[in-house]
Design a protein around this ligand. Structure first.
Ligand SMILES: [Zn+2]
Ligand SMILES: [Zn+2]
Length: 417
C-alpha cells in the first residue's frame, strides 16, 4: 500500500512556504543594501560588487521559487488524484509496495518538466503559453544556477518579480501583502497587550518591493497607479508600532480620480478608509487628504484646537479689521512648521493681546512664535504682499518677547501657509 499520500492542501501550503522564504531572502538583501548605502552616505559605493556578493543568497531564493511553483503544480494535480504524480510505469515503483507499506515520499514523482503537460491534460483552465514560457524560464535559470559555475547575475528585483509572477499564476487566492501579514502573524501579540512590529515590517517590505518594479509591474502586481498620488494608510499607521518610526510608506491611493473622492484604498491591508478632503494646515505640505486630525501626506496633526476663545475677537467687525495669526515652531535655519488662523479684532493692540493669550494656552505650548499680519482688504483669501506685519511674539522659556513691525514667518522662505 502507498502510505502518507499528501493532500492538495499540503502541497499548496508547502509551496507557499518556499515562496515566502525566497521573499525573505530577497527582502533581506534589499535591507542590507539600503543599510550599506546609508552607512557610506556621500561616498560612491559599489552596488555591482554588493550584488555579486549576495549572488549565492539570491540563487538560493531562485531555487526556492522553482520548488514553490513545482509544489503548487503538484498540489493542483493532486486535487484530481495524487496518484497521477507517481510514475505511470509500475516497474519504476519502489520494491514491496504491493506486499507491504511504502511511503509516498519514496516514489519517484513526475519530472518538473512534465508537470504543466499533466496539469493541462486533466485540469481546466489550462495554463497558457506565457505561463509555460515563464515556468520554463524559471526552471532553466534555476538549473543554470545549480549546475554552472558561470552563474547568471541576479538582483533582488529579479527575484521579487519572479516571486510575484509565480504568485499571480499559482497562489492568487489571497493578495500577497495580506498573505505576508498572515505569515508574520499580524496582531498575534496585541491580543496579549504587546506591541509588535509586524505591520511596520510588511509595510516596509511591500514598499521596498514596489520600488524595484517598473510602472507596469507596480500596477499589475499591486494595483499601484504611478501617475497618481499615494498616501499613508491610516489603518496601517494606527495598527503599526509608532514608537520608533517617523517615515511611513505611502501605499494607499484614492479609489477614483474623481475630484473630492473620499475612498482611500490600501494595498497592504486592503481596507478602504473614508478620508476628508481638506487642505493640510501646514505650510509647504501640498496634502489635501486628511483622516480625523492627521494629514496623510505629512503625517502631522492638524491642531484644529488652535482657536482660543476670547472676547477680544469680534467677527462682526468689518473686513478692515482682519488679522492673520501665523503660529510657528522649529528652528528657522531649517525652516519650521507654520499654521495660520484669521480673526477680526478692533486694532493692533487687541491683536497683540490676543496672540499673547493664545501662546499662554497649555494646549498651544508647542508653538514658539506668533506673527501677526493686518490683512489688506480686497485680496481675500490670498496673502497680499501689502499685508502689514504688526509684529511677533517669541516664546523664550516662560517669557514672551515682542518684536514690533517684524515677522518670524517669512513667506518667501517658509512657503505659503
Ligand atoms: Zn493599510
Ligand atoms: Zn500635511
Amino acid at each position: 500500500m502507498i502510505m502518507d499520500v499528501p493532500t492538495s492542501v499540503e502541497f499548496h501550503t508547502a509551496g507557499l512556504n518556499q515562496l515566502y522564504l525566497a521573499w525573505e531572502i530577497a527582502m533581506r538583501t534589499v535591507r542590507e543594501f539600503d543599510g550599506a548605502m546609508e552607512a557610506s552616505a556621500g561616498e560612491e559605493s559599489a552596488p555591482p560588487e554588493y550584488w555579486q556578493r549576495v549572488q549565492p543568497a539570491l540563487a538560493n531564493a531562485f531555487s526556492l521559487i522553482q520548488q514553490g511553483m513545482e509544489l503548487a503544480l503538484k498540489g493542483r494535480i493532486a486535487d484530481v488524484s495524487p496518484f497521477l504524480l507517481v510514475g505511470r510505469d509500475p516497474r519504476d515503483w519502489p520494491r514491496g509496495v504491493d506486499s507491504g507499506d511504502v511511503s509516498f515520499g519514496e516514489f519517484h514523482t513526475l519530472n518538473a518538466s512534465d508537470l504543466v503537460k499533466v496539469h493541462n491534460s486533466v485540469i481546466t483552465p489550462r495554463f497558457d503559453e506565457p505561463f509555460k514560457d515563464f515556468w520554463e524560464q524559471v526552471r532553466q535559470d534555476r538549473n543554470r544556477i545549480m549546475l554552472s559555475t558561470s552563474r547568471p547575475s541576479f538582483e533582488a528585483g529579479d527575484v521579487v518579480r519572479t516571486i510575484l509572477t509565480a504568485i499571480e499564476a499559482l497562489y492568487h487566492d489571497m493578495p500577497w501583502p495580506q498573505r505576508l501579514l498572515a505569515f508574520e502573524g499580524d496582531g498575534k501579540f496585541t491580543v496579549f497587550g504587546f506591541v509588535d512590529d509586524v505591520r511596520n515590517n510588511v509595510m516596509r517590505e511591500v514598499d521596498d518591493a514596489q520600488k524595484l518594479l517598473t510602472t507596469a509591474e507596480k500596477k499589475r502586481f499591486f494595483g499601484i497607479d504611478s501617475k497618481r498620488h499615494a498616501y499613508v494608510c491610516p489603518k496601517c499607521y494606527y495598527d503599526a508600532n509608532r514608537d520608533w518610526q517617523d517615515d511611513w510608506p505611502r501605499l494607499a491611493q484614492l479609489v477614483t480620480k474623481t475630484p473630492g473622492e473620499t475612498g482611500l484604498r490600501c494595498i497592504v491591508c486592503a481596507t478602504t478608509t473614508t478620508v476628508d478632503r481638506d487642505d493640510c494646515s501646514y505650510a509647504r505640505c501640498p496634502g489635501n487628504v486628511l483622516f480625523e486630525d492627521l494629514c496623510l501626506t505629512c503625517m502631522r496633526s492638524q491642531c484644529d484646537n488652535l482657536d482660543v476663545p476670547s472676547a477680544l475677537v469680534d467677527n462682526c467687525l468689518g473686513p478692515e479689521h482682519r488679522y492673520e495669526f501665523v503660529f510657528g515652531q522649529g528652528s528657522q535655519a531649517w525652516g519650521g512648521d507654520y499654521i495660520s488662523r484669521q480673526h477680526r479684532l478692533l486694532d493692533d493692540d487687541r491683536a497683540k493681546d490676543y496672540a499673547a493669550l493664545a501662546l499662554a494656552n497649555p494646549h498651544l505650548a508647542r508653538w514658539e512664535t506668533v506673527s501677526i499680519f493686518h490683512k489688506q482688504t480686497g485680496v481675500f483669501p490670498l496673502r497680499s504682499a501689502d499685508d502689514r506685519a504688526v509684529g511677533y511674539w517669541l516664546r523664550d522659556g516662560g517669557h514672551l518677547h515682542w518684536y514690533g513691525s517684524a515677522s518670524a514667518y517669512q513667506p518667501e522662505r517658509d512657503g505659503p501657509v
